[in-house]
Design a protein around this ligand. Sequence first.
Ligand code: ADP
Length: 320
Amino acid sequence: VKTIGVLTSGGDAPGMNAAIRAVVRTAIHKGLKVKGIMRGYAGLLQEEIVDMDSTSVSDIIHRGGTILYTARCQEFITAEGQKKGAEICRKHNIDGIVVIGGDGSFRGAGKLSALGINTIGLPGTIDLDIACTDYTIGFDTAVNTAMEAIDKVRDTSTSHERCSIIEVMGRNAGYIALWCGFANGAEDILLPERYDGDEQSLINRIIDNRKRGKKHHIIINAEGIGHSASMARRIEAATGIETRATILGHMQRGGAPTCKDRVYASIMGARAVELLCEGKSNRVVGYKHGEYVDIDIQEALAMTKDIPEDQYQISKMLVR
Ligand code: ADP
């Protein structure tokens, strides 16, 4: 490998910049050239490709977002789009690519590998919904951001003796909701993986808790369940307790990455370049059972994971 490219794709996540910085600086340390591909696969197909050096990634380790921007690209899902992408890589002498993104981005990375461009994926998503890894770049920052916001809602919720529904991100994965449920001591956590839609039980618990003297009732609602505003109206009507919905939204995707996200993203970025230098391709870097590992992309995409049931049970036990 002489020249590598790096791109960020799909949803952005805090820590992606730390990963880009590590890719660029590791590559330069190994005597490689580095090109930044802007706006994910969309920028690849538009040939938005820039030379990068050590200073291109100065002053970014502490910033959220991604300096390479990110996008979704329909054209790259087609075989013609992928072929065009591989040809553009060859034209720019890019013989290895690091793709930072989620499962969708890894599917694209697998296609590029099959077309002869050595490709390594790094797990970048706040949702933690990548089965082959216990850690994804951005999750730690996002849960900390959500936790701090929920603490604030909780203060005012207690003062006004309200019930609060707080909707966190995570698409169809409940990891952010579960972690905030623990960290914020929420009375109820509604996870897409577990919630059976039994609103009457929820209402009964709210009424019971009020009778026991609880001044607030915090419900963490995962994005995949949604409908927080209408749920609040129904709960208020059924309990007589003032109920408000707060949707935290995109604030959870931004902000300065935590120490953990900076460190893990840096190590994963360096690891990706090392794999390319070893001639490896079609692999995803993950973190499993306390170790950094790499997994075949198709095997990684075929894996599934679920909320740990024991953790979910503990989270429920601790608020009763
Ligand atoms: P994420 O990577 O966060 O899961 P997406 O699912 O939106 O986000 O995927 C990001 C991009 O990856 C898509 O816009 C598309 O360009 C590319 N991609 C997704 N699925 C495929 C696929 N099956 N083949 C090739 N490229 C894909």
